[in-house]
Design a protein around this ligand. Structure first.
Ligand code: SF4
Length: 45
């Protein structure tokens, strides 16, 4: 399963965390995208 770090809305801050532009807050890199609170995972191009 892909994780938040594989999502086009994710911008890394460090190896463990990044900002989700869709959520407007910081998320953990390794959250399973099946757990996306917005259900808006899209793979990076
Ligand atoms: S949109 Fe969902 S899957 Fe993508 S980075 Fe944000 S929280 Fe993670």
């Amino acid at each position: 399963m892909p994780t938040c770090k594989d999502c086009k809305f994710y911008t890394p801050v460090d190896v463990r965390t990044g900002n989700c532009s869709n959520l407007g807050s910081e998320v953990l890199a390794d959250i399973d995208t099946g757990m996306c609170p917005l259900r808006t995972f899209q793979p990076k191009d």
